[in-house]
Ligand binder design. Structure first.
Ligand code: ZN
Ligand code: ZN
Length: 377
């Protein structure tokens, strides 16, 4: 799992990622230059946190920042080996064309899923007769296995998220009841930033009462009442890396229908986490959680996959679904998030972040989830 040597500087890490990717892509396709436009991939290959593209090319690579991002690109990446940080122009593809001119490039790889028709047309115009060929996004490629340094950063993102919500939950139900979902989300997000997050892992889901049955609820003006479930799916971003957790809290008491499903979801969550190991397929792992929920009679109400990879993107490969035969490997970092939802009544989801290790797993999230801890007084 650990591909980063302790002595390697961050700049060397980025350079070696680019070299590895370039070699791999040259093997897999006819292209000898690659335009990487996916934001998270650009950051993975250069550390650049602004907007721009990376061009992998014979000789040296180029970071082509978009308009207004030139100074930031120079500051963050100007000293990296084998990377030219070009001055931005209005049309970044002209910079691409300039950088590969005279290098014998006939085919240019692009991330087909990222390139709009407008941008593809502009790129084609800039490079003339050279052909464009599709290449994969890096999340299913190099980014699948996390290095020790990446895991440390994600751990920090988990810690920040947990502390932020933990501090609010410790203030009890009376601190939260009467406030809107939007208000609770705003405080949670503010606390994460005060604790060191650079941003959010993703837009927070704060769902009170019957809204907790909606898997992707956007916080609203609905006010939290005593007796309500409060489903919070939240995460912090630290250094570009994300955490992604869900807890379902209760204000004073639990509605009876929800009280019946909470232990089922918790057992599905725990059984799946215990089964995480290198070699198990995503489908098998999903099946372990799904069986617990189906045996309790709620199979239809568990309407999504068990989890997903986590890293520079909040949703990355591998996706833990019924059909995915991919085998987990040490170094993958995944979420385990079973749920049961009753539309119009409410739902429960419990989500943890888990690292696959050579001999099993390491649970990165430690926010309490036993029933005694999630019912706030
Ligand atoms: Zn989540
Ligand atoms: Zn998730």
């Amino acid at each position: 799992m650990a591909t980063t040597r302790k002595t390697q500087s961050a700049a060397d890490v980025f350079a070696s990622r680019r070299t590895r990717l370039y070699r791999q892509l040259c093997k897999d396709s006819k292209a000898t230059a690659y335009v990487v436009t996916r934001v998270a991939d650009v950051r993975y290959l250069t550390g650049f946190s602004g907007e721009g593209l990376v061009l992998l090319a014979p000789g040296d690579d180029a970071l082509v920042p978009y308009w207004f991002f030139g100074e930031q690109a120079q500051t963050e990446c100007g000293a990296q080996p084998k990377l030219t940080v070009v001055d931005p122009t209005r049309n970044p593809f002209e910079n691409v064309a300039k950088h590969i001119r005279g290098k014998g490039v006939r085919a240019v790889g692009v991330q087909a899923e990222e390139l709009t028709v407008v941008r593809q047309t502009a790129l084609q115009k800039a490079i003339g007769k050279k052909t464009l060929t599709p290449m994969p996004n890096l999340q299913g490629y190099l980014r699948l296995l996390k290095t020790d340094a990446e895991v440390r950063t994600i751990r920090k993102a988990v810690r920040v998220a947990q502390t932020a919500l933990g501090d609010m939950a410790n203030l009890g139900a009376s601190y939260l009841v009467g406030r809107s979902e939007l208000d609770i989300a705003a405080e949670l997000e503010c606390r994460m930033k005060q604790l060191g997050a650079n941003g959010l892992g993703f837009p927070s889901i704060v769902a009170a009462g019957s809204n907790s049955s909606r898997c992707h609820h956007s916080p609203s003006n609905r006010k939290l009442k005593m007796g309500d479930p409060l489903l919070i799916d939240w995460g912090a971003m630290v250094g570009g890396y994300r955490s992604d957790l869900t807890r379902t809290l209760f204000m004073g008491t639990i509605p009876p229908k929800i009280a019946a499903i909470y232990p089922v979801v918790l057992e599905a969550n725990r059984e799946a986490i215990k089964a995480v190991r290198s070699g198990i397929t995503c489908a098998t792992l999903d099946g372990i959680a799904r069986k617990v929920i189906e045996d309790a009679g709620y199979g239809k109400e568990f309407c999504h996959g068990l989890g997903h990879g986590l890293g520079l993107d909040v949703h990355e490969q591998p996706f833990l679904g019924k059909q995915n035969k991919t085998r987990l490997k040490a170094g993958m970092l995944i979420t385990i998030e079973p749920g049961i939802y009753f539309p119009g009544i409410g739902g429960v989801r419990i989500e943890d972040d888990v690292l696959v290790t050579p001999d099993g797993y390491k649970l990165l999230s430690t926010f309490p989830k036993d029933l005694d801890h999630v019912v706030l007084d």
